[in-house]
Design a protein around this ligand. Structure first.
Ligand code: NAP
Length: 253
């Protein structure tokens, strides 16, 4: 990973943050984006101090196509040859049934998880093709394999991530670029706090009675998929906590 250029969306928290840390430890050059610049600056400081890493941070809402263009103009020219794109930014909103849900929240989830991922992919993959090297790692979810009650919109977006990954793999099959879809089950991050609009008590209940995955578990897997020899493409990884069978089937003590 030494001096590989790694772009991570949603690096201010959870899985994205842990992935940034993991790649920094391996000597990668990091291009990190999210909306929360305070958290990104603090992570940059930590990674520079801890690993002597080269870290560049960018304020970005992945739903904003124009902002993506602007971020790219601000990336130093010699670092625009991105080796690894980790499309990680994403979220869920609420657990309402479709007929009771908030349409504006449908927009936020669909625009972030599907369109944001597509915009970044569209922006970065052409240069990967030009350079004949690259790896797109998408953060899907077990939610994209089986729907669960109250998760309809989120599950649909993660099913889209699976099919965008499969389709992109076909689109660039003639190139050396790899596409990986990582599908985690329950990971303890800020995800549930965001889902429940800041209700920490309700969020904590999601992780009660089960030992969930950690963001570091997923970061290790991201790194592994990026570290296998060039002729090996890990298309999909599905990983759950031991007491989770699918998105909706969890054994709790
Ligand atoms: N936690 C789980 O159980 C789990 C399971 C399977 C898959 N996942 C997926 O893993 C990914 C990371 O989630 P997490 O669990 O690490 O949650 P998290 O701790 O809430 O982190 C989510 C990250 O996404 C960023 N983000 C959200 N909306 C964004 C936007 N419009 N533009 C740019 N960045 C945005 C957030 O940054 P800002 O708020 O600073 O913008 C944050 O850095 C998501 O795609 C999620 O669907 C999570």
């Amino acid at each position: 990973m030494k001096d590989k250029i790694v772009f991570i969306s949603g690096a201010s928290s959870g899985i994205g943050e842990a992935t940034a840390r993991r790649f920094a430890k391996e000597g990668a050059i990091l291009l990190l984006c999210a909306r929360n610049m305070e958290k990104l600056h603090s992570l940059k400081g930590e990674l520079e101090k801890e690993y002597g890493a080269k870290v560049y941070v960018y304020e970005l809402d992945v739903r904003d196509k124009k902002a993506i263009d602007e971020v790219f103009e601000n990336i130093p020219k010699e670092l625009r040859n991105i080796d690894i794109l980790v499309n990680n930014a994403g979220l869920a909103q609420g657990l309402e049934k479709v007929q009771e849900g908030v349409p504006e929240e449908f927009d936020v989830v669909i625009d972030t998880n599907i369109k944001g991922l597509l915009y970044l992919t569209r922006k970065i993959v052409p240069t990967m093709i030009e350079n004949q090297k690259g790896h797109v790692i998408n953060m899907g979810s077990v939610a994209g394999i089986h729907a669960y009650p109250g998760g309809t919109i989120y599950c649909a977006t993660k099913a889209a991530v699976k099919f965008i990954s499969d389709g992109l793999r076909m689109d660039i099959v003639h190139t050396p670029i790899r596409v990986t879809n990582i599908q985690p089950g329950i990971v303890e991050t800020n995800f549930s706090v965001i889902r429940f609009h800041g209700d920490k008590e309700r969020a904590a209940k999601v992780y009660e009675g089960i030992k969930p995955l950690t963001p570091e578990d997923i970061a290790d897997i991201v790194l592994y998929t990026a570290s296998v020899p060039d002729h090996v493409q890990i298309c999909e990884v599905t990983v759950t906590a031991t007491h989770q069978a699918t998105g909706g089937v969890v054994y709790k003590k």
